[in-house]
Design a binder for this molecule. Structure first.
Ligand SMILES: [Zn+2]
Ligand SMILES: [Zn+2]
Length: 350
């Protein structure tokens, strides 16, 4: 079956149940206005918002929580209760998976303190999933909008970066991308996501109160597009499982929509002249059964790079084509207007 349905959504969102400034109804309205089809709210150490889970018009709301010790934050999903933030990171990850949940390592490479965020980095990068991994997928928040923006604030650029926030964005850090490629090369199943870390914090500054950043604005930034075989089910439970499954399988890519939308891009490995077989991000394919070509088309002008095992092997503007001769972890990156824009999950070639 082919994955013909593409659903944009956002994850890593805080509400008034923790330190966000928006109520659930406000967050839901903002997500609907931004054209999202699903959101995952992860308040700090609470799932009080669970009563809002389900369909709200065309928007599916999913509620998890962010396990929030002093450092080492983890987005815990598919659980009906909160896991203690008093456990060591390896132990809380194990607890999440032992109970049938899964999760996402949040902002692993935070390293600068600003007035908006403390440093909440993931301390031990040897901890990358449950001890009993057995094929379980773990998410990595490759790009966290709030950390990226806040970490690049300086007294000099502060004013301009408030007015034009995208000036301050650098994209995923190099160590994060190297770590992610290495995990995938080692055969550890992961999926990469972009997180908004929406709080809409309000600050008093010399020129008045500012909101960093309003939900309706931040929901138009880092957007994860899920590739599905069938439309999201009207049954909220089943639709939630579809979202979880697409995430866990890496059937997704994310873009910063400030640089342009990207609904339904093409990034696939094809076999045969008539492309009878095609493989999308998150899928695995063997070279043994015949030649493969990787094809990308993002539908607009962008500087594309095809990355194999961490090395750029092909470039293109808007489109690219590459005949695969070696196994490896192949993923797509795109920049627009000179800024980071698109990141796909990899196609694994054996
Ligand atoms: Zn956090
Ligand atoms: Zn957070």
């Amino acid at each position: 079956m082919s994955h013909n349905f593409c659903y944009p959504g956002a994850l890593h969102i805080h509400t008034t149940y923790s330190d966000g400034t928006g109520s659930f109804p406000q967050v839901i309205a903002a997500a609907q206005a931004a054209g999202l089809r699903w959101i995952i709210v992860t308040d700090h150490d609470t799932q009080e918002g669970a009563q809002y889970a389900g369909w709200h018009g065309g928007l599916l709301v999913i509620v998890g929580h962010e396990i929030t010790p002093d450092h080492n934050h983890f987005l815990a999903l598919n659980l009906d209760h909160v896991v203690s933030n008093q456990l060591a990171p390896q132990d809380f990850i194990d607890a999440v998976y032992a109970e049938g949940g899964f999760g996402i390592i949040a902002h692993p490479d935070e390293h600068v303190t600003s007035r908006y965020t403390e440093v909440y980095r993931w301390d031990d990068w040897c901890v990358d999933g449950p001890r009993e991994r057995s094929g379980e997928a773990v998410g990595i928040e490759l790009w966290n909008l709030m950390s990226d923006w806040a970490e690049h604030l300086t007294p000099r650029n502060r004013f301009l970066n408030f007015l034009w926030p995208k000036r301050g964005l650098r994209g995923p850090t190099r160590p994060t991308m190297i770590w992610w490629d290495q995990l995938n090369m080692a055969g550890k199943r992961t999926f990469g996501v972009g997180g908004v870390d929406a709080h809409a914090l309000k600050h008093r500054l010399p020129w008045g109160e500012v909101e960093v950043f309003p939900y309706h604005w931040i929901f138009k930034t880092l957007t994860n597009y899920l590739l599905l075989e069938t439309p999201l089910d009207r049954d909220p439970q089943r639709a939630t499982e579809q979202v979880y499954s697409a995430l866990q399988n890496g059937h997704s890519y994310f873009v910063n929509r400030l640089e342009g939308d990207a609904p339904g891009i093409i990034f696939e490995a094809q076999r045969g002249t008539h492309a009878a077989e095609s493989y999308i991000p998150g899928e695995e394919v063997s070279l043994a059964n015949g030649d493969l070509t990787i094809r990308a088309d993002v539908g607009c002008k962008a500087a594309l790079r095809l990355v194999r095992n961490g090395e750029v092997v092909a470039r293109g503007r808007r489109r690219l084509r590459y005949v695969v001769t070696h196994p490896g972890i192949y993923r797509l990156e795109g920049r627009r207007h000179g800024r980071p824009w698109l990141y796909s999950n990899p196609i694994r070639v054996r």
